[in-house]
Design a protein around this ligand. Sequence first.
Ligand SMILES: [Zn+2]
Length: 343
Amino acid sequence: MSEMRYDLLHDEYALIAPERLHKPDCYKSPVRTEETKKRCPFCEGHESMTPPEIFALRENEPNTPGWKTRVVPNLYKAVQIEAAWESREAGIYQAWEGLGAHEVIIDTPRHLTRMDRWSHDEYFNWLFTLRSRINDLKNDFRLVYFSIFKNHGHYAGATQSHPHTQLIALPVVPKRKLDQLERAHRYFLERRHNIFESVLSQELHDRERIVIESDHFVVLCPFASTFAFEVVILGRENTESLIALNDAKLRDLSDVLKQTVEALYVELGDFDFNITFNTPPVQKNIVTEPFFETLPQMWRFALRIVPRLFRLGGFEFGSGVHINPVPPEDAAYLLRSVVEGKA
Ligand SMILES: [Zn+2]
């Protein structure tokens, strides 16, 4: 059973999850080959190798071949839905049983594909599945914060080679996320303006960090990019999260995301990366109550792609300040050139 422990010195949480150690090949690089495909639990035809599915885009029987996306509980979960949300005290310390949901979204039946080779429909089905999972899980009022993330490649933390995404739902809002929400709320109260809108206005004025513009989204390399070739897809309108996007906006997002990923692959080759979604809390509780009703006006949809080209060093860990050798203006220029070259 995992445990969430409170870090008294940093006002942060740590998930102590020994179950994660039992993951097969957890210290090896995942490789996409015909050989790994044979024993891959996420491949079509291997449905019996995973726990029963929670969700699938399919028109036939569950847990059989014939799906487009498939969602299963993570076998090596960091948190579990069966846990009680009870705390224990150990001297000055406090800890809780690791309550939450940990799911694996199998992005596509195709083991050997890369994200730059996905079709428009594969992007749409992937986003549609993620949206469906949040919509379902938010009915559990204990779950407050959702982290959706994709780890691709060894340096990004992936241990399975088959294209997949993960969702961890927690009963608390992590410190870093809460800080960001409180900052956006303060900004909104002081200026009556959405902080993301201010950033977008500045970027659309400067233009040198813009990669793509569509009807509903703007793709840009952030002014203070912490990683080389870091890219953010920002919503143009006050739509605070993935679940607020309708199918038409999801199609538009699929299109800009596909172009962005393809451009990154042209510039960086077969690179490792993380994708994260800027999700706001889904429940009103004692912590989120001060800003919960204001979320639609103060928050925006954002998706972040972080290429993991360099390993993090001691300076980054110790100080929280990242050294990025590629100016975002240069990264945006190169990515924009690829996108415009294809247009
Ligand atoms: Zn596979």
